[in-house]
Write a protein that binds this ligand. Structure first.
Ligand SMILES: *Cc1c(COP(=O)(O)O)cnc(C)c1O
Length: 466
């Protein structure tokens, strides 16, 4: 007589037998033979070990069910849509700006059909890929020439590497910034082959500090928009027109890294003022760099605009080839920039602007609408209340300005021992993960960016609360 474990192992079918079964044939059709074979082989090995333990039995339907789950999970994307209810509109970790439908449609066409990326339709000759966005950028900023690269970090790198290689660039000590994701001005300068010369002190920098730092080795003066912090109190910075004048007196280019760089005056929408490339060029900057996916509301890109002779050199830098944009990004950028040609309609068309200017009453009404559904899904373990929120623009833009918003705050109901961290985890485990934040012991969802409300509500019953 076999012992029970050996008997159980004997019941285990062979891999070949399983592969020819009807159920597995269907799995092969869906996931491919090699992946199904690999999953089954691993699962059979694990099963053989499990059956060596007492009180175990071979259960084929259960076995196939778990293999199907592994195959399904193993083929799902890890990069996917989420609900950004963090209260930060341009959230770098959540992909920054949400783009307009028009851009998505244009990208769809560019993905599935050939495009005249570097092909001049009028002559049939070779074209220039940046030309498709350059004409709009010139028009929208007043720059004489424009170049587009992978992101603003690349734009800064390219400008410095082109205009100051093996020479010195003067920057105010108060502007030696670090932006999340390891963008540090001093590090970028070092990698661009440029020697950084720090000028002034952290809180105060004067024009004479710059003037005294200029030597024959100086290649440029640079100003960096202090995107993600403010220096308050006893402070002094040198105004752009003064820095530009000083640079030009010494025949040096004046480079300004604007960071966010909106193309329009945001004050007309009740938002705080953020410098535009047009203004900065008018102040005498020779090259201005800014991001495509911050306040501009487009795809990830770094944009350079400015004086023709300098921009021509930047475009010719061999590194431009390594940092250039692909056809999809250029198509999306073109679509977004064209929306700016009609500023009166911009806030209807550009999601980033729509979200930033969303009316507080509108968000409050939405909070009232979704509260009962969230409360029902959470049951009596949790108290759900409407709470006042302060949304942020994000991506380093206008760091101290906040926009009034409404959200839902979830706290454990009296005497119930639960952890808000587990609630945050459960929301993140939904099919379309919901990302909020924890504040003062509550899990908070700021509803400013809640689009697709029906989808948000319909997946709530799937919350797994323990
Ligand atoms: C955001 C930012 C950058 C980096 O831009 P990316 O597009 O994220 O590469 C550089 N400089 C400033 C001032 C910024 O705000």
């Amino acid at each position: 007589m076999l012992n029970p474990a050996a008997a159980a192992r004997r019941a285990l079918p062979s891999l070949d037998r399983l592969l020819s079964s009807a159920a597995v044939t269907a799995l092969i059709a869906e996931y491919g033979r090699s992946r199904v074979t690999e999953i089954l082989r691993h699962a059979l090995d694990a099963e053989r070990e499990r059956l060596a333990l007492p009180d175990t039995a071979w259960d084929e339907p259960q076995f196939l069910h778990s293999c199907t789950t592994s195959l399904k999970q193993g083929s799902e994307p890890s990069l996917k849509p989420v609900f950004n209810l963090t209260g930060t509109v341009l959230h770098t970790n959540l992909g920054r700006a949400v783009m307009p439908k028009k851009a998505a449609e244009a990208v769809m066409a560019a993905m599935t059909r050939p495009v005249n990326l570097e092909f001049e339709l009028s002559t049939g000759g070779r074209g220039e890929r940046d030309s498709h966005v350059e004409r709009w950028l010139k028009q929208l900023t007043g720059g004489e020439k424009a170049v587009a690269v992978n992101n603003n970090a690349a734009a800064v790198y390219l400008a410095l590497n082109t205009l100051a290689l093996k020479r010195e660039v003067l920057v105010s000590r108060g502007e030696l910034i670090e932006i999340g994701g390891a963008f540090r001005i001093p590090d970028i300068m070092a990698r661009a082959g440029v020697k950084l010369v720090e000028v002034g002190t952290t809180n105060r920098t004067h024009l004479k500090d710059f003037a005294e730092a200029i030597t024959p080795r100086t290649a440029a003066i640079m100003k960096v928009h202090t995107s993600n912090y403010v220096v308050q109190g006893f402070t002094a910075t040198v105004l752009e027109p003064d820095l530009a004048k000083l640079a030009h007196e010494h025949k040096l280019p004046f480079i300004v890294d604007l960071g966010s760089g909106t193309l329009i005056d945001l004050e007309q929408y009740g938002l705080p003022h953020e410098p535009t490339p047009r203004e900065t060029l008018a102040h005498g900057a020779d090259v201005v760099t800014f991001s495509g996916d911050k306040l501009l509301g487009g795809p990830q890109a770094g944009l350079l605009v400015g004086r023709r002779d300098l921009m021509v050199r930047i475009a010719k830098n061999p590194m431009k080839r390594a940092l250039r944009l692909d056809k999809l990004t250029l198509t999306a950028l073109d679509a977004v920039l064209r929306l700016y040609l009609h500023p009166e309609r911009l806030h209807e068309e550009l999601p980033a602007l729509q979200l930033l200017t969303r009316k507080a009453e509108d968000i409050a009404a939405q909070a009232k609408r979704v509260l009962p559904q969230v409360a029902a899904a959470l049951g009596d373990t949790w108290r759900v209340e409407i709470t006042a929120c302060k949304s942020q623009i994000g991506s380093g833009a206008l760091p101290v300005d906040v926009m009034p918003s409404s959200g839902l705050a979830m706290t454990p109901a009296a005497k119930k021992k639960t952890d808000v961290g587990l609630l945050a985890t459960a929301f993140r485990a939904l099919p379309v993960p919901v990302i909020g934040h924890i504040k003062d012991g509550a899990f908070v969802l700021d509803l400013r960016c809640l689009d697709h409300e029906d989808e948000f509500i319909s997946q709530l019953p799937q919350l797994r609360l323990k």
